[in-house]
Write a protein that binds this ligand. Structure first.
Ligand code: FES
Length: 163
Protein backbone atom coordinates (compact mmCIF):
# COMPACT_ATOMS: atom_id res chain seq x y z
CA UNK A 1 0.00 0.00 0.00
CA UNK A 2 1.19 3.50 -0.77
CA UNK A 3 1.52 4.69 2.80
CA UNK A 4 -2.16 5.15 3.48
CA UNK A 5 -3.79 4.78 6.86
CA UNK A 6 -6.72 2.55 7.69
CA UNK A 7 -9.98 4.44 7.73
CA UNK A 8 -10.67 5.46 11.33
CA UNK A 9 -13.47 3.43 12.88
CA UNK A 10 -14.44 4.10 16.47
CA UNK A 11 -14.76 1.21 18.92
CA UNK A 12 -18.53 1.77 19.12
CA UNK A 13 -18.91 1.74 15.34
CA UNK A 14 -16.78 -1.38 15.12
CA UNK A 15 -18.94 -3.20 17.68
CA UNK A 16 -22.14 -2.00 16.02
CA UNK A 17 -21.07 -3.20 12.58
CA UNK A 18 -19.81 -6.53 13.90
CA UNK A 19 -22.85 -7.36 16.04
CA UNK A 20 -25.13 -8.64 13.25
CA UNK A 21 -22.31 -10.73 11.79
CA UNK A 22 -21.46 -12.30 15.12
CA UNK A 23 -25.06 -13.03 15.96
CA UNK A 24 -25.47 -14.69 12.55
CA UNK A 25 -22.57 -17.09 13.07
CA UNK A 26 -21.93 -17.57 16.78
CA UNK A 27 -22.56 -21.16 17.79
CA UNK A 28 -22.47 -22.43 14.21
CA UNK A 29 -19.88 -25.11 13.52
CA UNK A 30 -17.56 -24.68 10.55
CA UNK A 31 -18.70 -21.16 9.76
CA UNK A 32 -15.38 -19.37 10.18
CA UNK A 33 -14.80 -18.77 6.45
CA UNK A 34 -18.31 -17.40 5.94
CA UNK A 35 -17.93 -15.22 9.01
CA UNK A 36 -14.62 -13.83 7.74
CA UNK A 37 -16.18 -13.21 4.32
CA UNK A 38 -18.92 -11.16 5.96
CA UNK A 39 -16.37 -9.24 8.04
CA UNK A 40 -14.42 -8.46 4.89
CA UNK A 41 -17.54 -7.41 3.05
CA UNK A 42 -18.46 -5.09 5.90
CA UNK A 43 -15.05 -3.45 6.33
CA UNK A 44 -13.51 -3.97 2.90
CA UNK A 45 -10.69 -6.00 4.40
CA UNK A 46 -9.99 -8.00 7.57
CA UNK A 47 -9.65 -5.05 9.89
CA UNK A 48 -7.26 -5.87 12.74
CA UNK A 49 -9.55 -4.84 15.61
CA UNK A 50 -12.47 -6.67 13.99
CA UNK A 51 -10.35 -9.81 13.84
CA UNK A 52 -9.50 -9.46 17.53
CA UNK A 53 -13.17 -8.94 18.42
CA UNK A 54 -14.22 -11.95 16.35
CA UNK A 55 -11.53 -14.10 17.95
CA UNK A 56 -12.69 -13.01 21.42
CA UNK A 57 -16.31 -13.82 20.53
CA UNK A 58 -15.33 -17.25 19.21
CA UNK A 59 -12.94 -17.81 22.14
CA UNK A 60 -10.15 -18.55 19.73
CA UNK A 61 -6.65 -17.10 19.53
CA UNK A 62 -6.61 -14.36 16.87
CA UNK A 63 -3.60 -16.14 15.36
CA UNK A 64 -5.94 -19.00 14.50
CA UNK A 65 -8.17 -16.67 12.49
CA UNK A 66 -5.21 -15.16 10.68
CA UNK A 67 -3.93 -18.68 10.00
CA UNK A 68 -7.23 -19.61 8.38
CA UNK A 69 -7.60 -16.36 6.46
CA UNK A 70 -4.06 -16.29 5.12
CA UNK A 71 -4.66 -19.66 3.50
CA UNK A 72 -7.18 -18.09 1.10
CA UNK A 73 -6.31 -15.53 -1.58
CA UNK A 74 -9.78 -13.98 -1.23
CA UNK A 75 -8.92 -12.33 2.09
CA UNK A 76 -7.15 -8.99 2.41
CA UNK A 77 -5.40 -7.59 5.45
CA UNK A 78 -5.02 -4.00 4.28
CA UNK A 79 -7.63 -1.50 3.11
CA UNK A 80 -8.35 -1.71 -0.60
CA UNK A 81 -9.42 0.94 -3.06
CA UNK A 82 -13.03 1.59 -3.98
CA UNK A 83 -12.01 0.81 -7.56
CA UNK A 84 -10.03 -2.38 -8.12
CA UNK A 85 -8.05 -2.21 -11.36
CA UNK A 86 -6.66 -5.55 -12.51
CA UNK A 87 -4.17 -5.88 -15.33
CA UNK A 88 -4.16 -9.31 -16.92
CA UNK A 89 -0.58 -10.47 -17.30
CA UNK A 90 -1.42 -13.87 -18.78
CA UNK A 91 0.45 -14.94 -21.90
CA UNK A 92 -1.94 -13.53 -24.51
CA UNK A 93 -2.19 -10.19 -22.73
CA UNK A 94 1.55 -10.08 -22.08
CA UNK A 95 2.28 -10.57 -25.78
CA UNK A 96 -0.23 -7.91 -26.73
CA UNK A 97 1.12 -5.19 -24.48
CA UNK A 98 0.18 -5.77 -20.84
CA UNK A 99 3.61 -4.61 -19.55
CA UNK A 100 3.22 -1.22 -21.27
CA UNK A 101 -0.32 -0.89 -19.91
CA UNK A 102 0.95 -1.70 -16.44
CA UNK A 103 3.61 1.01 -16.69
CA UNK A 104 1.03 3.53 -17.91
CA UNK A 105 -1.41 2.70 -15.14
CA UNK A 106 1.29 2.78 -12.47
CA UNK A 107 2.28 6.26 -13.65
CA UNK A 108 -1.31 7.40 -14.00
CA UNK A 109 -2.31 6.28 -10.50
CA UNK A 110 1.06 6.94 -8.84
CA UNK A 111 1.30 3.46 -7.34
CA UNK A 112 2.86 0.13 -8.23
CA UNK A 113 0.91 -3.05 -8.87
CA UNK A 114 -0.15 -4.47 -5.51
CA UNK A 115 -0.64 -1.01 -3.97
CA UNK A 116 -3.57 1.22 -3.11
CA UNK A 117 -3.70 4.98 -3.56
CA UNK A 118 -3.54 7.07 -0.38
CA UNK A 119 -7.10 8.28 -0.91
CA UNK A 120 -8.27 4.65 -1.15
CA UNK A 121 -9.78 5.27 -4.58
CA UNK A 122 -7.73 2.74 -6.55
CA UNK A 123 -6.03 -0.59 -5.93
CA UNK A 124 -3.90 -1.82 -8.81
CA UNK A 125 -3.33 -5.55 -9.18
CA UNK A 126 -2.00 -7.99 -11.71
CA UNK A 127 -3.82 -11.24 -12.38
CA UNK A 128 -3.31 -14.22 -14.60
CA UNK A 129 -5.61 -15.01 -17.50
CA UNK A 130 -9.15 -13.80 -16.79
CA UNK A 131 -10.58 -15.99 -19.53
CA UNK A 132 -11.19 -13.56 -22.38
CA UNK A 133 -7.89 -13.79 -24.26
CA UNK A 134 -9.56 -12.83 -27.56
CA UNK A 135 -9.91 -9.32 -26.11
CA UNK A 136 -6.25 -9.12 -25.04
CA UNK A 137 -4.77 -7.02 -23.65
CA UNK A 138 -7.38 -6.98 -20.92
CA UNK A 139 -7.77 -4.72 -17.91
CA UNK A 140 -10.62 -5.13 -15.48
CA UNK A 141 -12.05 -2.24 -13.52
CA UNK A 142 -14.21 -3.87 -10.89
CA UNK A 143 -16.16 -6.54 -12.75
CA UNK A 144 -15.98 -4.70 -16.05
CA UNK A 145 -13.58 -5.79 -18.79
CA UNK A 146 -12.04 -2.71 -20.34
CA UNK A 147 -10.27 -2.81 -23.68
CA UNK A 148 -7.12 -0.83 -24.23
CA UNK A 149 -8.70 1.93 -26.31
CA UNK A 150 -11.36 2.56 -23.63
CA UNK A 151 -9.02 2.35 -20.67
CA UNK A 152 -7.95 5.99 -20.45
CA UNK A 153 -11.56 7.11 -20.72
CA UNK A 154 -12.64 4.78 -17.91
CA UNK A 155 -9.78 5.79 -15.62
CA UNK A 156 -10.46 9.48 -16.28
CA UNK A 157 -14.14 9.00 -15.51
CA UNK A 158 -13.31 7.24 -12.23
CA UNK A 159 -10.84 9.97 -11.27
CA UNK A 160 -13.43 12.62 -11.98
CA UNK A 161 -15.99 10.96 -9.74
CA UNK A 162 -13.51 11.05 -6.84
CA UNK A 163 -13.04 14.84 -7.14
S1 FES B 1 -4.19 -13.92 -21.01
FE1 FES B 1 -5.32 -12.16 -20.53
S2 FES B 1 -7.36 -12.79 -20.71
FE2 FES B 1 -6.25 -14.58 -21.13
Amino acid sequence: MAGSESPVITADELAERLAPILSKYLGKEGAVISLLQDVQEEFGFLEERAMTAVADALRLPVSHLYGVASFYAQFYFEPRGRNIVRICTGTACHIRGAPAIQTTLEEELGISAGETTDDLEFTLETVNCVGCCALAPVVMVGDQVVRRKELQKVINALKETEE
